[in-house]
Design a protein around this ligand. Structure first.
Ligand code: F6P
Length: 483
């Protein structure tokens, strides 16, 4: 099968470059190995004729990466507008933060339509498209409109909320009806899948049986595929990273003190404010823990042009300053707060250095940081994962210390428990979690989805004649394969 994977953000396969977000990090090794072509945004925009998509194509392991310049006129309305100011808050059950205009919706649909036209270039015999994430809910319908009949799957990396919340998104009905053009829709958890099926049944009035929805497009299957990581590869990376200069400097700076670590995009769904308040509470209630543990919080700035993100960044910076001001000493900083990204190669070593990993989102599709933290540990002396029960990862990693991220006192007590946990219990919990990671790897996720996509296709694999050339040719063998 000639597989075309599509996502807004792509990764370029440079191990020493900072990587933003779980999706890009997760897809990279499978695209490299399977020989798929991965199509996404170049991060640049372009004026001019939207009918002529321009892509830069480069090799990526056995596969290829095609990066598209998106239309300048619609980029803001698509990315900062509808995708991240309407869909993202709704998908994370923050209906209060939904902001969207009809112009934003029109831009979102225009970029989905643009991407569909661009994808025709990569259509081949025995081809399948696998669309990723909330940026492209309507892409399958756009492809069908262009006559594409091959299997088209979709995977949502975020949660899917309750009906009442998704109902707060402008044009939700039209958009979700468009999603039914997909043959297969994958979710991270049973709850997400059930919420989606509930909407199809109750709001769209469609027949739903055994995870299959019948609509004007035919049958669409909705099912659960929890995304994983490559735990062995990550463990090797962590061992190697211990000699990386950044990791060595961190270890030297600790002077026997314990370390807790949090690594997140700076996003309101990640529960960063409550996490910092929990540490504040812990040092207040148990002052003996001052100087004996500090928190390294990496919060990589993201979507800075959106008001809610700017507000969060200011609020968080102020809170960290206040907590450091109250609990700090001339020679001790309780919270080391960094607003920048790190490569996977460094993060693996930072995770292995920390005795506690704090992953406490208010809502999260999966949260691969939780899985990476576990995989990075030293089996002889593993750290403890403190994990929000509202992260998708909590379904598998139930041997972590699960917390309610709204309960600040409870989190403070749990972090203290993690710090004091005896080695035998740490090992027992870690082994249970590693066993789960070894069964639910990223390779398995990929294989399971593709197998289900082949089974679920409702329109046969009839290929239409090749489409006309849509963008300028570029030199090079790899690019030529797709022209
Ligand atoms: O959670 C879904 C996801 O795609 C993550 O992989 C990533 O953290 C984020 O959404 C995308 O963020 P960005 O806007 O930086 O591409």
């Amino acid at each position: 099968m000639n597989l075309v994977v599509v996502s807004n953000r792509v990764a370029r396969g440079k191990p020493n470059e900072p990587m933003t977000g779980g999706l890009a990090a997760a897809l990279l090794p499978v695209v490299e190995k399977t020989g798929a072509i991965w199509v996404g945004s170049s991060g640049r925009v372009r004026d001019g004729n939207l009918k002529e998509p321009f892509a830069e194509v480069e090799a990526l392991g056995a596969g290829a990466l095609a990066m598209l310049d998106l239309p300048a006129a619609h980029y803001g309305g698509y990315y900062e507008g509808f995708a991240n100011s309407a869909l993202w808050p709704a998908l994370h059950s923050r209906a209060d933060l939904i902001r969207a205009s009809q112009e934003d919706y029109a831009s979102y649909r225009a970029v989905n339509a643009f991407m569909a036209r661009a994808l025709l270039r990569f259509r081949k015999p025995d081809c399948a498209f696998w669309i990723q994430d909330y940026h492209f809910l309507a892409l399958g319908a756009e492809l069908r409109d262009l006559g594409v009949r091959c299997p088209i799957g979709f995977f949502l990396h975020t949660p899917w909320p309750a009906r009442a919340v998704i109902g707060g998104v402008p044009n939700h009905r039209e958009l979700i009806e468009a999603m039914l053009a997909y043959d297969l829709i994958g979710f991270q958890t049973e709850e997400d899948c059930e919420n989606f099926l509930g909407y199809a049944r109750c709001d769209l009035g469609l027949a739903v049986h055994d995870g299959f929805i019948t609509s004007q497009f035919g049958r669409t299957r909705a099912a659960v595929f929890p995304i994983g990581i490559d735990p062995e590869r990550f463990a090797q990376q962590a061992t190697k990273a211990m000699t990386h200069p950044d990791v060595s400097r961190l270890r030297r700076s600790l002077n026997g003190e314990k370390l807790a670590i949090g690594v997140d995009r700076l996003d309101y769904s990640k529960g960063l404010i409550n996490r910092i308040k929990a540490f504040d509470r812990m040092w207040t209630v148990q002052p003996n823990l001052k100087r004996s543990v500090s928190l390294l919080q990496i919060a990589t700035p993201s979507r800075g042009a959106i008001e809610a993100y700017g507000n969060l960044q200011s609020e968080l910076a102020k809170l960290v300053t206040d907590v450091n001001g109250v609990h700090g000493e001339v020679d001790w900083t309780p919270i080391r707060y960094l607003n920048k990204g790190f490569s996977q190669a460094v993060l693996a070593g930072l995770y292995r250095t920390a005795q506690v990993g704090v992953v406490t989102p208010l809502q999260d599709g999966m949260n691969l940081v939780a899985k990476e933290y576990v995989a990075a540990q030293n089996p002889a002396d593993p750290g403890v994962l403190v994990l929000s029960k509202f992260a998708g990862a909590a379904n598998e990693l139930d041997a972590a210390l699960l917390v309610n991220p709204h309960d600040i006192d409870g989190m403070a007590r749990t972090i203290a428990t993690a710090l004091a946990m005896p080695q035998a219990e740490r090992q027992m919990r870690w082994e249970a979690m590693m066993a789960k990671l070894r069964t639910g790897t990223i390779q398995q996720w990929f294989a399971d989805f593709i197998e289900a996509l082949q089974d679920a296709q409702h329109s046969g694999d009839s290929m239409l004649p090749e489409p006309p050339t849509l963008w300028p040719r570029r030199a090079g063998d790899l690019a030529a394969r797709y022209h």
